[in-house]
Design a protein around this ligand. Structure first.
Ligand SMILES: Cc1cc2nc3c(=O)[nH]c(=O)nc-3n(C[C@H](O)[C@H](O)[C@H](O)COP(=O)(O)O)c2cc1C
Length: 184
């Protein structure tokens, strides 16, 4: 059995909705399980993220999907604290060669969500991970609506605390895609 870790931060629940949709996509593929992990602000003490349980769960997974709302044009500070805490794992190559993917939510159409995705890709590169994007060649290919048209991962636009159905479908697709990459 292969395992995918989905690690995310969310306050008002929209990024959480995308995380759940990704999990549904993974669970639709036989032979792959998903471990949903949430970054908890209480685990950040004096600016340092310190949940070894979460970091070790990711180290055991075969693929990792990173998620954060876009805050001021990048990942949230809480996600960055988690990423910084992975530096000890980086030093021993603990996440090297795992498949990586990402998702983010912003309330604006052009709210710099791509910068958040680029940060996830940089984090994956730092760890020697292998990035999987959306693989979308036509707007309606495989009925993936991909509302915002991003190729790097799921970029969703929130409407208050709501998420568009199209973004949830795109998120399910990303979960299925990463799961299929694992089982070949
Ligand atoms: C501090 C802060 C900064 C934000 N910065 C951006 C931004 O740069 N671009 C954007 O599109 N939305 C921005 N937003 C909106 C959030 O990304 C949006 O509300 C998102 O849906 C929140 O995710 P959550 O429901 O998972 O907490 C910001 C919100 C907050 C609270």
């Amino acid at each position: 059995m292969k395992t995918i870790a989905v690690i995310f931060y969310s306050v008002t629940g929209t990024t959480k909705s995308i995380a759940h949709a990704i999990c549904e996509g993974v669970q639709s593929v036989e032979g792959v399980s998903v471990n949903l992990l949430r970054i908890n602000g209480k685990d950040i003490i004096n600016g340092r993220y310190n949940s070894q349980v979460v970091l070790e769960s990711i180290s055991r997974a075969d693929a990792v999907i990173f998620g954060s709302p876009t805050y001021m044009g990048s990942v949230s500070a809480q996600f960055k604290a988690f990423a910084d805490a992975s530096s000890e794992i980086w030093s021993i190559g603990g996440w090297t060669n795992k498949i990586a993917a990402g998702f983010t939510v912003g309330s604006c159409y052009a709210g710099d969500q791509e910068v958040t995705m680029q940060y996830f890709q940089t984090l994956a590169n730092q760890h020697g991970m292998l990035w999987a994007g959306i693989d979308m060649r036509g707007i309606k290919r495989d009925n993936i609506p991909n509302l915002m048209g991003a190729q790097s991962g799921v970029i969703a636009k929130s409407e208050g605390t709501e998420i568009h159905q199209e973004d949830l479908i795109t998120a399910q697709y990303l979960g299925r895609r990463v799961a299929h990459l694992l089982i070949g």
